[in-house]
Write a protein that binds this ligand. Structure first.
Ligand code: SF4
Ligand code: MSK
Length: 625
């Protein structure tokens, strides 16, 4: 993708971003957009995925003049190996997050922590029963011990399938069995991908990619799904609530503390500490009116979904939040945290705190969170934020105004409740063509695009076509800022969707959580398929990640496709140097799993493309338009 020097207005669609980009220029702060310019043009070998660094006989670059690497690997093998490892990075990210959730749940079950508790007992017992754990007449913690064991087993090598495979519709499972892509264990599939892609191992591009599908299914139906379910058990299953988004949620007269990253294990404790009377008293002693906690990226989604904590911004807003000059401290765990935040913080008085040994940042202070010290460490971090308030230079503070209202908290449990307790009304609405289909728009920002232009316009176009939109991850903030996450947004929807969402009192774009919560969308798809008695791939569903950047987003897209959900991406991964891999992704997979990828950078054309797919699926089910 060729990148020109962009004006501030071309960098983002949002006024809060424009205001902070202007301030960044004045303050001499470099942002991701500046560094993208420095990095452009990108290496064409890297873009095509045809540079191999897997062994020291290379690195090898494939060209007309040199079509094979030193070992004899061709472009197809090299692209497949590179992409396999790219997907492994994403699966490892989500799933290691899931493992941390298991460790917290295990610690609770075994009485090793008082900092975490089982909040949603009903959900825990329901899942225990679903996974075959005996619940009748047993102490809650005894059930929890066995359930933690079941979750751990999904990561290992002893089982033939991961625990939640029973949620997958029968027809989909059969096709996975036939293809040999039934996920066995989360760690096993990731390890096997690293093994397969070692020099001289799996040298058949299609074979490598099929394992990629299996590994990603392990992420979607186990690593991520377990992360989501345990988070609900420990911190409560989300239900609809109001919140606010954009940089206007920061407060000029309060200590501003931002949480960034992914796992609620850290951010929930920070929230509790922020609300303690002695902390509020200390903040007042230092001259602040109070302590304002706000979220960024996915940990922001987790807190917003369950607690209504405001969201300051998505991926490309993280540097700009600090540019307000009003942030005392940013506390992070892992994933999607730009290393540049340390430097941006140094331009102001903003301190950065890391909490996970696996994600330390040079220049940041480390406050390690463990299962048995979460509350103590959270208090320490909040105190550090308060101590920095007097260091704020009011002359350098500029906070954008007018945060936007949203409604969040649509877990599947909440959605079913809104539907009256069963999925049937949604199925009926789909059959009647009032809701013609549903699309999950998920994922990130990428400075190669005008920030949030595609995320917002795709959502708007789809709801106009009577297609229900579900958002997670960084698309949430985009949809929220655009005014799409409130019931009043039905005015922008087509007549059928307007009628259904209006009757239910829900927005036409519903927020279902963070990156790992895409597992909720998988579960919803499975519920719909089981209700109709078809495979997921028969349903009028699609997924989209218009502005994606991360390995995790590619993994999500791959598990969506492998689960039978057609997936649109704004730009391809670095696979275009291989005809075999590209053709498989853009078409060949359709014959194998009933879905494939589609690429389109223009959100209006993408909406038409997705619409065509939904028409096709409706026709296949014998449903009229
Ligand atoms: Fe080159 Fe083959 Fe080594 Fe890759 S594995 S760097 S293509 S020799
Ligand atoms: S945080 S993976 S930028 S959605 Fe989950 Fe946002 Fe994408 Fe990270």
């Amino acid at each position: 993708m060729a990148i020109q020097k962009k004006s501030i207005e071309e960098k983002s669609i949002w006024e809060d971003a424009h205001q902070m980009l202007r301030k960044a220029e004045r303050d001499g702060v470099e942002t991701a957009w500046d560094r993208l310019e420095q990095q452009t043009p990108h290496c064409s070998f890297g873009e095509g995925g045809i540079c191999c660094r897997i062994c020291t006989m290379g690195p090898c670059r494939i060209s007309k003049k040199a079509p094979l690497g030193v070992c004899g690997a061709d472009a197809d093998v090299i692209v497949a190996r590179n992409f396999g490892r790219f997907l492994a990075g994403g699966a490892a990210g989500h799933s290691d997050h899931g493992r941390d959730c298991i460790e917290a749940f295990y610690a609770v079950a075994h009485g090793e922590t008082e900092d975490y508790q089982i909040k949603d007992k009903e959900k825990m017992l329901r899942i225990a029963a679903e996974l075959g754990v005996e619940t009748a007449g047993r102490e809650l913690l005894e059930v929890a011990k066995d359930l933690a064991y079941e979750f751990q087993e999904s990561f290992g090598t002893r089982r033939e399938t991961v625990a939640f495979i029973g949620r997958v519709p029968e027809k989909q499972r059969e096709s996975w069995k036939k293809l040999g892509i039934m996920p066995r264990g989360v760690d096993r599939e990731i390890t096997e991908m690293m093994h397969r892609t070692h020099m001289g191992c799996d040298n058949d591009a299609a074979n490598t990619l099929l394992h990629g599908a299996r590994m990603c299914l392990g992420d979607g139906w186990a690593g991520s799904m377990i992360a989501t379910e345990i988070s609900d058990i420990l911190f409560g299953t989300p239900s609809p609530r109001k919140a606010q988004v954009n940089l206007g949620v920061l407060k000029a007269d309060q200590v501003n503390l931002l949480v960034h990253g992914h796992n609620p294990i850290v951010s929930e404790k920070i929230m509790e500490a922020v609300n303690e009377p002695e902390m509020i008293a200390l903040a007042k002693e230092k001259g602040a009116a109070g302590i304002n906690l706000a979220g960024l990226c996915c940990t922001g989604n987790e807190l917003m979904m369950r607690q209504g904590i405001p969201m300051a911004g998505n991926h490309l807003m993280t540097e700009l939040a600090i540019v307000t000059g009003a942030v005392e401290l940013i506390v992070v765990d892992y994933q999607c945290i730009m290393p540049s935040l340390v430097q941006v913080g140094n331009c102001y008085h903003t301190k950065m705190i890391t909490t996970a040994d696996k994600a330390r940042f040079t220049g940041a202070e480390h406050v390690k969170f463990a299962m048995d010290n979460g509350m103590e460490q959270a208090r320490k971090v909040v105190r550090m934020a308060i101590e920095r308030y007097p260091m704020r230079n009011p002359d350098r503070v500029e906070i954008p105004e007018n945060p936007v209202d949203i409604v969040t908290g649509f877990s599947n449990e909440a959605l079913l409740e809104a539907l009256g307790g069963t999925i049937t009304p949604l199925v009926d609405a789909i059959k009647a063509g009032k809701v013609r289909g549903a699309v999950g728009i998920v994922g990130c920002n990428n400075p190669k695009y005008q920030h949030d232009y595609c995320n917002v316009n795709l959502a708007r176009e789809l709801i106009k076509k009577d297609i229900l939109v579900i958002v997670t991850g960084c698309v949430t903030t985009a949809a929220g800022k655009a005014g799409l996450l409130v019931p009043e947004a039905i005015e922008q929807a087509g007549p059928g969707l307007k009628e259904i969402c209006g009757a239910l009192g829900i927005p036409p774009v519903i927020h279902m959580g963070s990156c790992v919560d895409n597992a909720r969308i998988l579960q919803l798809a499975a519920l719909l398929a089981n209700e109709i008695g078809v495979a997921i791939s028969d349903l009028p569903l699609a997924a989209s990640s218009p502005e994606w950047y991360s390995e995790k987003a590619a993994t999500i897209g791959t598990y969506a496709v492998a689960s039978g959900i057609y997936t649109h991406l704004g730009h391809p991964p670095n696979i275009t140097g291989s005809p075999i891999v590209t053709n498989l992704a853009l078409g060949g997979l359709d014959d194998l799993v009933g879905a494939c990828f589609g690429i389109e950078p223009d959100p209006f054309k993408a909406a038409d493309m997705i619409d065509e797919r939904i028409k096709l699926k409706r026709k296949g089910l014998g449903l009229s338009e």
